[in-house]
Design a protein around this ligand. Structure first.
Ligand SMILES: Nc1nc2c(ncn2[C@@H]2O[C@H](COP(=O)(O)OP(=O)(O)OP(=O)(O)O)[C@@H](O)[C@H]2O)c(=O)[nH]1
Ligand SMILES: [Mg+2]
Length: 675
């Protein structure tokens, strides 16, 4: 094991739960590394990251912030991801292009579980990751209590690298367990090295022993030393810490207070020494044997003035301004510092760069100059929340569809489409905040004002009784008259059978050429049944009728059919049908009883539950639930599961809805039609 510093540009994701302090960490890191001359603050709205109005107005990150900086000769690109669970898709794309991840979290028991999905994803992707416990200045629990809360969410040992130094109620600094140095936080500056404070010796010795023990599990030499009570050399310790982190065997835990610049210099030093060089990730995704240039797009921006900008990680070869990748010319090559772009002329493996005006390139795409195989891309998260939207100004409709395509380019977890059943334009995504951010983007970037409403549920109706009905259309008004006369039987069909038209005319009671018109008239009626909704599962049999040699016409027979349907359907015992979805809800098992209660409370029928495939300690509850109950399901699920619960849904069947609920649906529908 050696302790040399990995070479080449490296990239690190800064991820973690909502508002844990990631953008503040980035700001502090950039300042510490000398990439910026002053340290901004999220609360003052002057950080390098979060430069868009959507982010600034909300005091939260709404997209990934990309910044390249050089710290002591080591080049790093930091990808600060938004923490909101509704913006998770950003992180998933970013993780395809990093060498390690810093998971920023808070010393708060109640927020520990929010880390579970992220840690699981990092494990599945094989990305080395460490925890940075931020806001240690306002910790409410001891570090040991924090570790006790965190450890169960990962099957890898969490190895504490620092312990805090308590000064009354405050935490005034920390002791680094590997270097055996004590640091005193100095707000706004790098921490000062101080004497090991008296009274902390026992805590230090215990924590250090805990660290050695964890490392010894992966190294026989170290194990022997621990057993024989021999203090290992620092070099040996660092080599073990580095190797076990890089191999993904341990999750190192660092402490800090980013807002006071606390712990960031230590964090940067740890990253500089321990983040593997890009060749390790290239070996994982197979680009280490690539010939020519290979890069992958991690994020797409549509900038206000510079057009489309694709953020890509270079995996192999060299990227140069002006070269052709995937048949498109690179028009501008940049290093990013938030919204700022610094022109560069070429980039080597490991670099994360901005590529200008690659118009047809999408997020996740593999770029190459010689047709390299596509690298895997993350799954696109299935939508869990929808809103019907409309442009406030009618003549903005065309502009809206162009803008929606661009918005989707930047955020592939947004879907927009016309719902054929309800005739609404529906925006689908990961939650209310996600869609509101999307609408703000439409406004801020494209000047489009958009309203939103709860999407309509595509109710249908059917009948429960068979009847026969006569319909006649006769008009005598100078010149040509109109005459059509039909006898039909209207009969319910089993659920899912759709519509059937049966022609039983014998002996030419109605001439052949008019029969399609009868069918057309019936179909036209079925768009809106007696309750006001499209009719399904019905058979109409035409069994008799009359015609007139001069006055009969297609239009007359069509009208006669409509008259018959109009009269007849009312007597067929119409019934409302509501769409029922097959729903699978995933959450940590401890929440399963709550999930069951939520499903029952929303008229759901539980089908069973099972372990979530590949997710130890998680369940999936399967149920049938009415679509009308799904609208805000995700909101209730998340609040019941510390943000970890999610679901997928697909149409299962239509089911009769009767009683007060049905009356309410019909009344609301009629009111709307009348309005
Ligand atoms: N007390 C304290 N507050 C902090 C610290 N670091 C960040 N904060 C505050 O925490 C809030 C969130 O900080 P951000 O940096 O925006 O957090 P984030 O993780 O980037 O948030 P999202 O990207 O929206 O998930 C802000 O009000 C910060 O001022 C810290 O070390 N101590
Ligand atoms: Mg942020």
């Amino acid at each position: 094991m050696t302790n040399s510093i990995p070479t080449g540009p490296r990239s690190v994701a800064i991820i973690g739960p909502y508002l844990s302090g990631k953008t503040t960490v980035l700001e502090g890191i950039l300042y510490t590394a000398g990439a910026t001359g002053r340290r901004g603050s999220v609360n003052e709205g002057n950080t390098v990251g979060d430069s868009t109005p959507e982010a600034r107005n909300r005091n939260m990150s709404t997209e990934v912030n990309v910044a390249t900086a050089t710290f002591m000769d080591s080049e790093f690109t930091f990808l600060d991801c938004p923490g909101s669970i509704e913006l998770l898709q950003e992180s998933l794309f970013v993780l395809s292009g990093v060498d390690a991840a810093v998971v920023v979290c808070e010393p708060d028991n109640d927020k520990a579980q929010a880390l579970a999905p992220l840690l699981h994803t990092l494990d599945a992707l094989g990305i080395p990751h460490m925890l940075f416990v931020n806001k240690i200045d306002k910790a409410t629990i001891t570090v040991q209590a924090l570790l006790d809360a965190l450890q169960p969410i990962s099957n890898k040992p969490m190895v504490l690298r620092h312990i805090p130094v308590q000064d009354g109620d405050d935490i005034s600094g920390y002791i680094d367990l590997a270097s055996e140095r004590a640091y005193h936080y100095q707000p706004g500056q790098a921490s000062e090295v101080v004497e090991l404070p008296g009274g902390e010796e026992d805590a230090f010795a215990e924590a250090r022993y805990g660290m050695l023990e964890a490392l010894a599990d992966f190294d026989d030499d170290l194990m022997e030393k621990v057993l024989e009570d021999i203090t290992p050399e620092k070099d040996e310790l660092y080599a073990n810490l580095t190797k076990d982190f890089q191999d993904g065997k341990i999750i190192p835990v660092l402490l800090g207070a980013a807002e006071q610049e606390g712990g960031l210099f230590r964090l940067l030093k740890a990253l500089r020494h321990e983040v593997p060089s890009a060749s390790a990730a290239a070996a994982r995704n197979g680009t280490d044997s690539a010939t020519g240039t290979v890069a992958q797009v991690l994020k797409t921006y549509h900038t206000q003035h510079g057009g489309k900008l694709s953020i890509a990680r270079v995996w192999a070869g060299e990227v140069k301004d002006g070269m052709t990748l995937n048949g498109q010319r690179v028009s501008g090559l940049f290093h990013m510092l938030g919204a700022e772009q610094k022109k560069i002329s070429s980039a080597l493996p490991g670099d994360v760069i901005g590529l200008g005006r690659m118009e047809d390139v999408i997020t996740g795409e593999t770029l190459s100059d010689n047709g390299a195989d596509a690298l895997p891309t993350p799954d696109i998260l299935p939508p869990v929340y929808s809103l019907a939207i409309a442009a406030v100004r009618r003549d903005d409709e065309v502009k809206l569809s162009t803008a929606l395509a661009k918005v989707r380019d930047e955020d592939p977890s947004v879907f927009a489409g016309h719902d054929d059943a309800t005739h609404q334009l529906v925006l689908r995504g990961q939650g209310d905040i996600h869609l509101k951010i999307t609408m703000d983007r439409l406004n801020n970037k494209y000047g489009l004002e958009v309203t939103s409403s709860r999407p309509k549920v595509p109710y249908m109706e059917a009948i429960r009784k068979t009847i026969e009905q006569h319909g006649r259309h006769k008009k005598q008004s100078g010149g040509h008259g109109q005459f059509g006369d039909v006898h039909i039987e209207i009969k319910p069909l089993p659920r899912g059978a759709g519509f059937e038209f049966v022609d039983k005319i014998v002996g030419g009671a109605i001439p052949r050429q008019y029969i399609p018109a009868v069918e057309a008239g019936v179909k036209e009626y079925l768009n809106k049944g007696p309750l006001g909704f499209p009719v399904v599962d019905v058979a109409v049999k035409l069994f008799d009728g009359q015609y007139h040699a001069v006055d009969s016409s297609e239009i007359a027979f069509k009208t006669a059919a409509r008259i018959a349907m109009n009269e007849g359907m009312k007597q067929c015992n119409p019934v409302l049908l509501e769409p029922i979805a097959q729903v699978d809800i995933a959450s940590p098992s401890e929440h399963t009883p709550k999930i069951n209660a939520i499903v029952s409370g929303r008229r759901g029928q539980i089908l069973g539950f099972d372990n979530r495939d590949g997710w130890a300690g998680w369940d999936v509850v399967s149920a049938h639930m009415p679509q009308s109950e799904l609208h805000d399901l995700i909101i209730e699920l998340r609040s019941a599961t510390q943000g970890t619960g999610s679901y997928t849904a697909s149409f299962d069947r239509l089911q009769e809805l009767t009683g007060r609920l049905a009356d309410d649906v019909v009344a609301a529908h009629n009111e709307e039609v009348a309005a």
